[in-house]
Design a binder for this molecule. Structure first.
Ligand code: PBG
Length: 336
């Protein structure tokens, strides 16, 4: 069988198309472009503040003024959108996460100010309570520590409305509560925010790779031994991801996301093939820190490793990728 199938050797030589850079470029099936990149950014209060995040070398918590400078640069180099995450001081955290819908809160202010100065950039904001809760969970909990799904949705809706009023372009619910996309869509529409888009973190897994992010926003402290397993997905499941995405689409999601990225490329492919929806992937904090740490030790070549990892997201079927490497990636892409 095999010998028959490949009997055209030596007239067929697949290496011919790999021989030089020009021909490799010409036949490449997938390419990474600046327009594929979304930059996640951590924000904090204050002016001219740039705080180091020890577990994410090269990533900072920025005050809004400094974030605006960075977003201007990203936008001028062709990055279509940024995703904002707040680092909220402990004094504003509560068990109910009420700061999440403060119309004068950090994220709401950031949205307003970025829109004023850089109207052309798309702004994505997270909808979930973890930056705002003392316990670090994405939802409200009862005395036993169980997550209250439907009560949480009421807060998420308020959070979404406050972001919409501030001028958000894309709302990204990352909380994994059942039914939240429908509730958010209905609330937005009833208030005239039909144009606000929903990018649903549909297949979000309960992952160890979020560790550095939780350092960055200070939500790691009291999550408890169960972590977020009662709402984020089990890493062993992929058929369930299809059900999650199907529900979010039915509820009104415009775009869907898989998270984390690299260990979940199979999920991206399945979802893209099944639904053909605009599908995004999040190269999460732990993925960033792994590549960064290995590069800083001289064990990996950073540029090649990063560009390869991102191209593989495209090959898997992602339309775009959220990556903490975005700033460097854009410069590397413009160089070549
Ligand atoms: C929280 C949220 C998380 C991330 C994005 N939104 C962390 C979590 O679920 O604990 C992780 C992103 C990253 O690790 O880079 N709603």
């Amino acid at each position: 069988m095999c010998s028959q199938r490949y009997s055209s050797f030596p007239s067929t030589r697949l290496r011919r198309l790999r021989s030089r850079e020009y021909i490799r470029r010409l036949v490449r099936e997938n390419n990474l472009l600046p327009s594929d990149m979304v930059a996640p950014m951590f924000l904090q209060e204050g002016k001219n503040v740039k705080e180091v995040i020890p577990s994410m070398p090269g990533v900072y918590r920025l005050s809004i003024d400094l974030a605006i400078q960075e977003i201007k640069a990203l936008s001028s180099k062709g990055v279509p959108a940024v995703a904002l995450f707040p680092s909220v001081p402990d004094r504003l955290k509560s068990s109910g996460g009420d700061e999440s819908y403060n119309s004068a809160g950090l994220i709401q202010n950031a949205i307003k100010r970025i829109k004023e100065v850089i109207p052309e950039i798309g702004i994505i904001s997270d909808v979930a309570l973890d930056p705002y809760t003392t316990h670090g969970h994405d939802g409200l909990i009862n005395e036993d520590g169980d997550i209250l799904n439907d009560e949480t949705i009421e807060i998420l809706v308020r959070q979404s409305i406050s972001q919409a009023e501030a001028g958000i372009d894309i709302i990204a619910p990352s909380d994994m509560m059942d039914g939240r996309v429908a509730a958010i869509r209905a609330a937005l529409d009833s208030r005239g925010f039909q144009e606000v888009k929903i990018l649903a973190y549909s297949a979000k897994y309960s992952s160890a790779f979020y560790g550095p992010f939780r350092d960055a926003i200070g939500s790691a402290k009291n999550i408890g031994p169960q972590g977020k397993k009662s709402y984020q997905m089990d890493p062993g499941n992929s058929r369930e991801a299809i059900r999650e995405v199907a529900l979010d689409i039915a509820e009104g999601a415009d775009m869907v996301m898989v998270k984390p990225g690299m260990p979940y490329l199979d999920i991206i492919t399945r979802i893209k093939e099944e639904f053909g929806m605009p599908t995004f992937a999040y190269q999460v904090s732990g993925e960033y820190s792994m590549i960064k740490a290995a590069s800083e030790n001289g064990w990996l070549d950073e540029k090649s490793a990063v560009l390869e990892s991102l191209l593989c997201f495209k090959r898997a079927g992602a339309d775009g990728v959220l990556s903490y490497f975005t700033k460097d990636v854009i410069d590397w892409l413009h160089e070549s």
